[in-house]
Write a protein that binds this ligand. Structure first.
Ligand code: FES
Length: 142
C-alpha cells in the first residue's frame, strides 16, 4: 500500500489511485486558493492541480502533456497534473504557490497546520496570477 507524503502529512492509498483523489480524500487539495472551487474537476484542462512528484507514478498521457505545454505551464517546471497521475509506489508530492502552482522560484508550500488549514500567505496569494505564473523562472529553466 503506497504512502503519499504531502505538506507534512502521510496518506496511505491503493496502488493505481489517482493522486488528486488521494489528496482530496485526506481533506487536502492539490489546488491553491479559488481554484479549489473553480477547476475542471479532473479533466486535464484547467492545469491548476499541478504538483511536483518524486516517486513511482504513471506515465504522462497525451492530454496531460498538452496541458503542461500550455502557459502558464512550461516543460521546464517538471510538474504533473495530479488528476491524471496514478500512484504506483511511495510518493513525495509538493505544491508550489500561484493559481496554477507554477511559482517554482518561491519554493513549495509548507506543512498544513495542525487544524488542517491549508491557508497561509502562499495560499492567499494564489488567487492572483503573477508574472511567475506566465513566465518560466530562471530556477526552473536551469
Ligand atoms: S483538475 Fe483541472 S487539470 Fe487537473
Amino acid at each position: 500500500m503506497p504512502t503519499v507524503t504531502f505538506r507534512g502529512r502521510e496518506i496511505e492509498c491503493k496502488e493505481g489511485e489517482t493522486l488528486r483523489n488521494v489528496l482530496q480524500r485526506a481533506g487536502l487539495s492539490p489546488h491553491n486558493g479559488k481554484t479549489k472551487t473553480f477547476n475542471c474537476k479532473g479533466f486535464a484542462s484547467c492545469g491548476t492541480c499541478a504538483v511536483a512528484v518524486d516517486g513511482e507514478v504513471s506515465d504522462v498521457g497525451i492530454r496531460e502533456k498538452a496541458r503542461l505545454l500550455t502557459p502558464p505551464h512550461h516543460p521546464n517546471y517538471d510538474l504533473r497534473l495530479s488528476c491524471q497521475t496514478k500512484v504506483l509506489g511511495d510518493l513525495t508530492v509538493e505544491k508550489y504557490p500561484g493559481a496554477w502552482g507554477t511559482q517554482i522560484a518561491d519554493g513549495p508550500l509548507g506543512p498544513v497546520d495542525e487544524g488542517g488549514d491549508e491557508g497561509g500567505e502562499a495560499d492567499a496569494a494564489a488567487d492572483e496570477p503573477t508574472d511567475a505564473d506566465s513566465e518560466p523562472s530562471e530556477a526552473a529553466a536551469d
